[in-house]
Design a protein around this ligand. Structure first.
Ligand code: SF4
Length: 316
């Protein structure tokens, strides 16, 4: 396994957000994984989010698309604090004790205010895992969905990207009954790689989350995402896609894993654009209604356009 240090820069002010030019192994980076920072960067999104003291997964997970997304006013809110009670070996989000819910009491309204000011028609809300809370944060998700609809109107599509809630039906029901527009839960990787990648996660449990949501509301589109480049084989990804379909999942994202720091799992492989195209073709051939597969695809990347693809396919 060849090791690559592919951490993105934090602010892109050097003109090339990803990868950092001073990093030693940049020359090993394939051409298709070089993403220039936008030539004209609008700081309004950054200022708005900072003013409202909101966390985003764009920053916390050091997403390589930050310059592009924030420039067009799209961000993925990360609720329930900035410390995750789990410690996945691929993820840049800080691990630690969860913040007090009292301190987060007005977070739903702050998320709604930012969404309104950004003029979003489709918003993605994710969270850290909160295994410390009796409902694992489900009611806070529901409150956030309600605040968003109250502030922006019922036509706003709220896509939730949730932790697994230990596949507890009571928690999932709380979120589903708040009527999000899309329910997203990431499988992250193939079953064999769960122990090293996501030790507190469970592949079968994540599939159960998706099938339970489908059972609770068959009309609610379900979505899941995978990272590749962690050492998985092509046939293992295909099995995962088959099992996601069996769980009723309808929308898929697949993107390249990028190592946030030397403390995280190394990249095993830079997956070629051609392989991403084959994953996408396979996904559509087995009945996914929308699939976005590519080196820079993330679960929330261009979520609105991905959902439009789902809507078009559903009509046919
Ligand atoms: S892809 Fe998602 S997480 Fe990344 S910057 Fe865009 S909105 Fe944020």
């Amino acid at each position: 396994m060849q090791e690559h240090d592919v951490s993105p820069a934090s602010d892109g002010r050097d003109g090339s957000f990803y990868p950092r030019p001073e990093r030693k192994r940049v020359r090993e980076f394939p051409e298709w994984l070089r993403k220039p920072w936008p030539a004209r960067y609008d700081t309004r999104t950054q200022e708005l989010l900072a003013g409202l003291k909101l966390n985003t997964v764009c920053q916390s997970a050091e997403c390589p698309n930050l310059g592009e997304c924030w420039n067009r006013g799209a961000a993925t809110f990360m609720i329930l604090g900035e410390h995750c009670t789990r410690a996945c070996h691929f993820c840049a989000v800080k691990t630690g004790r969860g913040e007090s819910l009292l301190a987060l009491a007005d977070e739903p309204e702050r998320v709604a205010e930012a969404t309104k000011q950004l003029g979003l028609r489709h918003v993605v809300v994710t969270s850290v895992a909160r295994d410390d809370l009796p409902d694992e944060g489900a009611a806070h998700f529901a409150r956030t969905i309600a605040a968003l609809k109250a502030a922006c109107g019922p036509e706003l599509v709220v896509e939730v990207l949730t932790p697994d809630f230990h596949a507890r039906e009571d928690c999932l029901r709380t979120v589903v009954e708040a009527r999000p527009g899309v329910f997203n839960h990431n499988t992250e990787t193939v079953e064999r790689l769960h122990p090293p990648v996501r030790p507190q996660g469970d592949y079968r449990r994540s599939l159960r989350v998706l099938s339970l949501v489908k059972r609770l509301d068959p009309a609610l589109p379900t979505k899941s995402g995978l990272m590749v480049g962690l050492g998985e084989r092509f046939d293992e990804v295909r099995v995962t896609l088959d099992e996601l379909r069996e769980a009723g999942c309808e929308i898929l994202t697949v993107g390249q894993y990028l190592r946030p720091s030397p403390e995280h799992l190394p990249v095993a492989e830079f997956v070629t654009p051609d392989t991403f195209r084959r994953y996408e073709e396979y996904a559509l051939s087995i009945g996914f209604k929308a699939a976005a597969c590519g080196p820079f695809v993330r679960s929330s990347y261009q979520a609105e356009q991905v959902l439009e693809g789902y809507g078009e396919k559903r009509k046919t």
